[in-house]
Design a protein around this ligand. Structure first.
Ligand code: SF4
Length: 298
């Protein structure tokens, strides 16, 4: 019989003894309470679909797979906000629910901003907590081309440089697991984004979902996807190389099972989170342990 050894956490260098610099802890410290995001879909079209940049969109993207089910883009935004609050109340069983408008987090593409828009967010950021999230997915141009992102790494870097030091928090989104990239290339991304001046980072493993170009390729000719333990080990290695100042907003992604072609890990969000934390403990390591110490990195 397999013995499950539960290792104690703590002893990490971050708030509460954590082993990585968590976004949740940062929000609690900044606002003095637990903060929840109400997600709304403003109904904007995607320039990578409507022909402004390209048509067809990114090869892995099916918007329905990453929009929470509670979000209905056809409803007006105030109604989406009300629905979102009701959902959070139910989910977290909050007896008292005080709503403050604390800020705004906008997920966008690096080629969708310009000096005027950034100045507008800069003014807003004098009063509110404002985050701009520029999707990146990979730092490798051959991947950005292959997934039809419609921008290159330099475009992302330019957007980040124009937004930095203006009171706006900066977040990026990366996908680990494109099958034509190597493990070394995934880890090299930690070194590259470490020096970009980011505040927050969202990491996702590659999902292959239905109704996407990547999904059609996968159905025709399945390609290797990350295994569960392989991803856990990769994330820990990634965190070790990452700048410890960057707060981690997400360590993995979840797609609805009925849309997911793979990988099927059969784990809940809480289990994945727990297993990553346990792997950090088992290896007695933490985010930033090797930051700047790997040749060619940081
Ligand atoms: S992932 Fe790509 S296609 Fe999908 S919404 Fe973002 S930019 Fe558009």
């Amino acid at each position: 019989m397999e013995t499950q050894l539960e290792l104690a956490g703590g002893a990490g260098p971050f708030a509460g003894g954590a082993r990585y610099n968590g976004y949740g802890a940062f929000l609690r410290e900044r606002f003095g309470c637990r903060v929840y995001k109400v997600i709304v879909d403003a109904g904007f079209t995607c320039p990578n679909r409507d022909g402004t940049v390209a048509i067809g969109g990114c090869t892995y993207c099916n918007n329905d797979s990453f929009r929470p089910q509670a979000v209905n883009r056809l409803k007006p935004i105030p109604e989406q906000v009300r629905t979102g609050i009701t959902y959070l109340k139910r989910r977290y069983r909050a007896q008292k629910f005080v709503v403050y408008f604390l800020g705004l987090a906008v997920g966008t593409r690096p080629d969708c901003v310009n000096p005027e828009k950034i100045s507008w967010f800069e003014r807003l950021a004098r009063q509110y907590f404002v985050t701009l999230e520029y999707g990146l997915e990979s730092v490798h141009d051959r991947t950005l081309e292959r997934i039809n992102r419609g921008h290159d790494f330099q475009c992302w870097l330019d957007a980040v440089h124009s937004t930095r030091n203006r009171g706006i928090y900066l977040c990026a989104h990366l996908i680990l697991g494109f099958p034509w990239e190597s493990r070394d290339e995934w880890l090299a991304m930690a070194d590259t984004v470490s020096s970009a001046g980011l505040d927050f980072l969202k990491l996702h493993h590659l999902h292959v979902v239905r109704h996407t170009a990547l999904g059609r390729d996968y159905l025709k000719q399945p390609f290797p996807l990350l295994g569960y333990q392989e991803y856990i080990d990769l994330v820990v290695d990634f965190l070790e190389r990452l700048n410890p100042e960057i707060r981690i907003e997400r360590l993995f992604g979840l797609a609805p099972e009925d849309q997911l072609l793979g990988p099927h890990w059969g784990r809940t969000k809480a289990e994945i989170q727990h297993d990553i934390e346990q792997a950090l403990v088992r290896r007695n390591t933490h985010q930033g342990r090797f930051y700047g110490r790997i040749e060619g990195g940081g």
